[in-house]
Design a binder for this molecule. Structure first.
Ligand code: ADP
Ligand code: MG
Length: 238
């Protein structure tokens, strides 16, 4: 309002606009600026590694992933219903890209989102526990509408680490949404969580109300770098 009131007042005078119309226009500008700032703040707070959108995702390169269903997820209804989402697939198949894009869409829709890697989250929880502030960390996680846990499966955890992660997942069950990406099919999650019983209990809760996508196929990264190499080594046309 401070930035715009002078200019709008001059315009209003020139147009012989009544005072209430001027005030309305000024207030609308303030409201729009505040909501844009709030979106930007939510995106910053989410901590995406790189900000990526669905419009740069090539669905034809990933035929296993139905475009319509992903667009539907980006609308966020599933988060209101406390559903979860799992993206399972090999390295480079676009899991992080899609998870980020869905998270970004939810930030824009006014949801509180956080993006973490599984290893980063476990480290954060372990540190919080050592420093006797685990409760506070868990409460902060609990306030999120969507917690995105990326890269479950690349590193396995110590038993206490796995238990902390289990606690977060179990706490969210039917209350808050999770989006988990993993390179491991569910059958192999036991290797990460140490112990079949904890794995079974965790999978049971995670997948009970869950949108599951298998994103198998060739690595997009690998394909792009092969294409670049082929372009470089291709003989120039005469
Ligand atoms: P993952 O997390 O499954 O290992 P990423 O999402 O990190 O894979 O994808 C690797 C790279 O390839 C990223 O730069 C990503 O933006 C890009 N990428 C992957 N799949 C696609 C796709 N279908 N369309 C456009 N870019 C893609
Ligand atoms: Mg990834």
């Amino acid at each position: 309002m401070l930035a715009e009131h002078d200019k709008l007042a001059r315009e209003a005078t020139a147009r012989d606009e009544p005072y209430d119309a001027y005030l309305l226009r000024l207030t609308e500008l303030e409201v729009a600026a505040r909501s844009a700032n709030a979106v930007a703040a939510r995106i910053r707070a989410a901590g995406f590694p790189v900000v990526k959108d669905l419009d740069t995702f090539d669905f034809t390169a990933c035929p296993a992933l139905p475009r319509q269903r992903v667009l539907e997820l980006a609308r966020g209804e599933w988060v209101c219903q406390r559903f979860n989402c799992c993206l399972i697939g090999g390295s480079g198949t676009g899991k992080t890209h899609v998870a980020t894009a869905i998270g970004l869409a939810l930030c824009r829709a006014g949801r509180r989102v956080r993006f973490v890697t599984a290893a980063g989250l476990v480290t954060e929880l372990e540190e919080a526990q050592q420093e006797h502030r685990l409760d506070r960390t868990l409460t902060a996680l609990d306030r999120l509408d969507l917690l995105i846990v990326d890269e479950l499966g690349y590193l396995s955890f110590s038993r206490p680490g796995a238990e902390l992660l289990f606690q977060v997942f179990a706490d969210r069950y039917e209350r808050r949404s999770l989006l988990v990406t993993s390179n491991l099919p569910f059958g192999e999650w036991g290797t990460v969580f140490q112990g079949e019983r904890m794995t079974a209990a965790l999978l049971d809760r995670l997948t009970h109300k869950c949108h599951i996508f298998e994103m198998n196929g060739e690595s997009y990264r690998f394909r792009e770098s092969m294409k670049a190499t082929a372009d470089k080594t291709a003989k120039p046309k005469k």
